[in-house]
Design a protein around this ligand. Structure first.
Ligand code: ADP
Length: 337
């Protein structure tokens, strides 16, 4: 039987609902309530609140400086927030630190592998930090090596592996103690597009097969599209929260993009004639409207010689950011090139 993503989601929702029911609990897996954080007087997180449900892949999307890493470090228990509450399955994170660290697998942005050790040795080292020894440690290493199809690589030195394989070993390390929630900070940094896709394939498999819930930070729009729900951050505040398709739906209709030699003048004329609100981004006019396809011939007729090109597309998460903040989300583009 071929399972579609909807089928899988239904099965996982039903499994996680059963698990929650068996615990007698309907509390979210992770709850972040009004979390604020300051670096000296600079407010890096401005009262963030959201929940993550069991079995979902939740994305924290934002341009550089939006507060993703600060929140990630707080969730990874590296330091407490200035104020606010964080609960994992109804228990306060900071009051149950050791239990919480066992329930969580963490993959930091900067590599944490020892290149001079083999894959297996790296895993053993990590396992011991979690109190795993002997037969149990060996079994767990076998388990994660199999899950992440790394078995054939287990005796290779980590420094000889590609970037994508190293990332997979980091994932394996984070799973050794069988966490319930996996948190990853910008996991695609430094990976080529193929390795990025592969990483997401593994995250989705882990979610389904190991009933993991995943929280991932990213500044890449295309990555956020893989998430079930996304919290979009800007300057430490929550801009938008929901399923990518719903967020894009909020923008509505179409986005028409137009290139002209005189963008300011054209923006003014379009506003007067068509009652639209063009925004100029890197010299291009962006317009949200319904029926973009029928607007194109109207614009072409009205400004024949002044248009270099014009196109229409459905809204992206970048348009959601523009819609909510009034300016462009540019951080991820260089990384995608
Ligand atoms: P992101 O991960 O989205 O790029 P960060 O959480 O790293 O965002 O940064 C949020 C804000 O906090 C930025 O304005 C950044 O300059 C500031 N910041 C981050 N870390 C520190 C620090 N250690 N000391 C002072 N300011 C910091």
């Amino acid at each position: 039987m071929i399972l579609t993503r909807t089928h899988e989601s239904q099965i996982v929702s039903s499994l996680t609902a059963q698990r929650a029911a068996s615990r007698g609990s309907t509390v979210p897996l992770l709850e972040v309530k009004n979390v604020r954080h300051f670096y000296k007087k600079r407010e890096a997180l401005k009262g963030l609140s959201f929940t993550v449900s069991e079995g979902e892949i939740f994305g924290l999307l934002g341009p550089n400086g939006s507060g993703k890493t600060t929140l990630f470090r707080i969730l990874a228990t590296l330091f407490p927030p200035f104020s606010g509450e964080i609960q994992v399955l109804g228990k306060a994170l900071w009051e149950n630190l050791f239990e919480m660290r066992r329930r969580m697998g963490v993959v930091f942005q900067s590599p944490s592998l020892d290149g001079k050790l083999t894959v297996f040795e790296n895993l053993c080292h990590q396992g011991r930090l979690y109190g795993l020894y002997g037969k149990k440690l060996k079994e767990r290493c076998e388990e994660v090596l199999t899950r992440l199809t790394l078995k054939e690589r287990s005796q290779e030195l980590v420094e000889k592996l590609s970037g994508g394989l190293k990332r997979r070993v980091e994932l394996a390390k984070a799973l050794l103690h069988r966490p319930e929630i996996l948190i990853l900070d910008e996991p695609s940094t430094g990976l080529d597009p193929a390795a990025r896709l592969e990483l997401w394939k593994y995250l989705e498999e882990l979610r389904v097969q190991a009933s993991l819930s995943v929280l991932v930070t990213t500044h890449l729009m295309e990555e956020a599209e893989h998430c079930h729900r996304v919290a979009i951050l800007n300057e430490g505040a929550l801009v938008s929260l929901g399923r990518p398709e719903d967020l894009k739906h909020e923008v509505g209709g179409d986005v028409v993009i137009l290139k002209t030699g005189r963008p300011e003048e054209m923006a003014r004329k379009i506003k007067e004639k068509f009652s639209l609100e063009p925004v100029i981004l890197e010299g291009l006019l962006h317009m949200e409207c319904s029926g973009g396809a029928s607007l194109i011939p109207q614009l072409s007729t009205a400004f024949q010689d002044q248009i270099e090109w014009i196109t229409v597309r459905k809204p992206s998460l970048e348009d959601v950011f523009l819609h909510k903040t009034g300016y462009a989300f540019r951080a991820g583009e260089e990384a995608l090139r």
